[in-house]
Write a protein that binds this ligand. Structure first.
Ligand code: HEM
Length: 76
């Protein structure tokens, strides 16, 4: 059976903490589907190289999930 598509609202958005949202708002609104889509490549780059979030890299599974979401190109 095919893996289920990754959803922004239920899988991705909850990974961004209040702190992430507030700290990044000047650059990217991490709680906005459109904004995260628009900046998906830059976000993935930072998540992968571990420079964001500024206070500690995500676990690999979370980075993989974000990458899958980009690949799926799925709706909100
Ligand atoms: C999952 C959470 C986060 C993601 C995906 C993320 C992603 C990014 C990205 C893609 C940029 C580059 C923006 C641009 O070039 O326009 C950036 C910049 C920045 N972020 Fe974050 N961020 C996160 C959390 C945080 C947190 C928690 C802080 C600090 C409390 C922070 C502070 C900054 C600052 C100061 C910059 C501008 C300076 C720089 O480019 O290093 N971010 N972030």
């Amino acid at each position: 059976m095919a893996q289920q598509a990754v959803s922004y609202e239920s899988d991705i958005r909850p990974l961004f903490r209040q702190k992430d949202h507030d700290s990044m708002l000047k650059h990217i609104d991490l709680w906005s589907y459109d904004d995260v889509r628009k900046h998906q490549a830059a976000i993935l780059g930072r998540l992968r190289n571990g420079t964001m979030p500024c206070d500690g890299a995500w676990p690999q599974e979370q980075v993989n999930l974000f990458q899958r979401w980009i690949g799926d190109g799925s709706a909100p």
